[in-house]
Write a protein that binds this ligand. Structure first.
Ligand SMILES: [Zn+2]
Ligand SMILES: [Zn+2]
Length: 263
């Protein structure tokens, strides 16, 4: 089985002690490549450092909607420079809207989101979107702001079927996390995820968060190796062969991020 963890945060401090072991376990589970999503300036640099010493690790730069309050033009310029100077940077994000916890005011989140889409367009990078409880604003901005050929993934999809269809119509990919495997929390997601066309699917851990089942019973911290559980559950729901599905999703991810991992 060949897997690509399309979204993780292995630059998080919880991996400071054992990242080499985490990467070895990922390889053993069939995870050939990973994308480290960006959330702020500091972690973007840390991600680039990790990519310099681990093969097939790609990174993104971006300001998470939670941190939108610190998203000035100087920060965007700094991230743009980092992206241009480092070949491992293959996406912009995560960026978007999160009205669930409102760590940054709505106006700041929306301004930060638009500014980052403009930066990604300028650098011709695909986007990694984070959307939670935005009450339609995310889609409105997405639709009204920018070119139609923009590429990207709505990561950790948690919206309605109607929203999913709208994102697909705009040409975006959908990222599925371990929530799919969680009994109550994943119930609705399990009803809509099988409707996503195979060629628009991505799988992810969002590690260290959202540990899937069955690992959830044993490990608090998620890690890229566990993306295999997401793939297996997805194949089960789609009633399809896991190896074939994993190959298709791997291909989708490589194409979206424009990467060719080494064997
Ligand atoms: Zn996110
Ligand atoms: Zn994330």
């Amino acid at each position: 089985m060949i897997l690509f963890d399309s979204h993780c945060h292995i630059n998080d401090k919880s991996y400071a002690q054992d990242l080499p072991e985490v990467m070895t376990r990922a390889n053993q589970a069939g995870v050939r490549a990973v994308m480290i999503a960006g959330v702020d300036r500091h972690t973007a640099r840390k991600a680039v450092e990790i990519a310099a010493v681990h093969p097939n690790v790609y990174t993104a730069v971006g300001i998470h909607p939670h941190d939108a309050i610190q998203c000035g033009s100087q920060v965007i310029e700094e991230l743009k420079s980092l992206a241009m100077a480092n070949d491992c940077v293959r996406a912009w994000g995560e960026t978007g809207l999160d009205f669930n916890r409102m760590f940054s005011p709505q106006a700041d989140q929306e301004a930060c989101f638009s500014a980052q889409m403009a930066a990604a367009d300028e650098l011709d990078l695909p986007l990694i979107f984070h959307e939670r409880d935005s009450k339609g604003r995310f889609y409105e901005i997405l639709k009204s702001d920018g070119p139609e050929n923009r590429r990207g993934v709505v990561h950790c999809f948690s919206g309605s079927k109607e929203e999913m269809v709208k994102y697909l119509d705009l040409g975006y990919h959908i990222g599925i996390t371990g929530i799919l495997t969680i009994q109550q929390r994943g119930e609705y997601l399990r009803s809509v995820a099988p409707l996503i066309p195979d060629d628009r699917l991505l799988i992810e851990t969002d590690a260290p968060y959202l540990t899937p089942k069955p690992q959830k019973n044993k490990f608090r911290r998620n890690e890229p190796a566990f993306v295999r559980s997401v793939l297996e559950r997805l194949a089960e729901l789609k009633n399809t062969d896991p190896d074939t599905l994993s190959e298709q999703i791997y291909k989708n991810t490589c194409e979206l991020y424009g990467v060719t991992p080494s064997p």
